[in-house]
Structures are given as structure tokens and as C-alpha cells.
Design a protein around this ligand. Sequence first.
Ligand code: E4P
Length: 227
Amino acid sequence: MKFFLDSAKLDEIDRAYHTFGIDGVTTNPRHIMDSGKTFMQAITDIADWVRREGLEGIDKFPVSVEVDPYLEKAEDMVEMARKISSVSENFAIKIPCTADGVAAARQLEKEGIRTNVTLIFSASQALLPAKNGSLFVSPFIGWKEANGEDCRKYISDIVQIYKNYGFYGKTQIICAAVRTGKQIVDCAVAGADIVTAGLAVYMDSMAHPYTRQGMDTFRKAWDNTAK
Ligand code: E4P
């Protein structure tokens, strides 16, 4: 499974890449706002970081950037996506999962602009973006589970449907808004291609009190061993 960082902050991207070897980045309008930069500055800075690290190429290190969330019409999303994609060959353009969004993604994929159909909350929403060739779909986990839903079946259904129809691997499933180590495991067990989460989620998922306790135990043994 691949791990993407969900952030538009360069210091977090740099740390996650050099610590955990993350495989890509996802952003959304909220992450861009949190970076404190203008939209263009934030995405240009990420594109420059990708070049500095020698990670050019969407297959090497995809970066998802979302269109203006006020756009409703397919042609307007397509127009903005063309502009965003000219900033970096690494960009996959995030398009909301509406009928117009799917039409926009279909057109963009025909033009060779890779897309990430986002804001997916049901297995049925994940089907048409795959049929129309999107590189990624982003079914959300954390928002649903915060509302008391269990996402395990929803993700394993998407995986199974993609396997049934030959989409698996071609349209990659990014489990988005992942908040806990448990959710990372659920996505991995279901066979999702990718999880995307904030740096704090990855740091927490790597921590276990027994690891620290074990280190203390072994340090005491080390101290009491003749050298
Ligand atoms: C996914 O690609 C989204 O950027 C993200 O996971 C949205 O959720 P969040 O901002 O609530 O984490």
C-alpha cells in the first residue's frame, strides 16, 4: 500500500518524505488555506520541492490539487484544471464527484491530464470515475466514521467492484481523511491502493507504549550486562 501525505505545508511534506518515504501528496482547499499562502504560491512551492527532490513524473510522486470548489459546470472545471496542470507534470487534478465532475474528469483524462475524483462517500460513486479512466478516486473515511459509520465494507466493496471489472490498479483507490492507525489497517486489509493522512496520524500510528517500555527493559538489561 502507498502512503500519501494530506497537507500543503512544505515542512510537513519534506519531513514525511525524508522520515517515512511517503509516495505522494494530496491537498484540498482547507490544506491550501492552512499553508498561509495564496493558492498559486502554495502549489508552485510544492511543484518546486518535487523538482528539488528529483521526483518529477506523476508515476514517481503524484500531487493532487483541487479545483475551485465553487465551480459547478464541467467546462469551468476543465478550464481551471488545464491551468493547474500546467504548473507541474506531477499534478493530478481533484474534481468533486458530481455528474459534472465526472464529465470534467472524463474530458481531462482524454487530454492526458490525470484526475482524482474526490468527495466520494459511497461505493456507487466510485464506479463511473473508474469507468471513465480517472487515475485516482478518493473515498473518504474519517468524515463517515466521525458520523458513526463503519467504513470497512464500503472500502472492501469498492475494491471488489474494481476487481470484478478490471479497474483495480488502473484507477487507484485513495482512502482519504484517514485519522487513525486502525483506519490505516482497515484500508490495508480491504486492499486499498493508497491511504492519505496528516503527518500526526502517521506519527501516532507508529507509536506504541510497549515499544518504549521494551526499550526501557532492554536498556536496564544492557546496563547490567558485562561489556
Ligand atoms: C483527501 O484527499 C482530502 O484532502 C482529505 O483527506 C480531506 O479530509 P480532511 O481535510 O478532513 O482530512
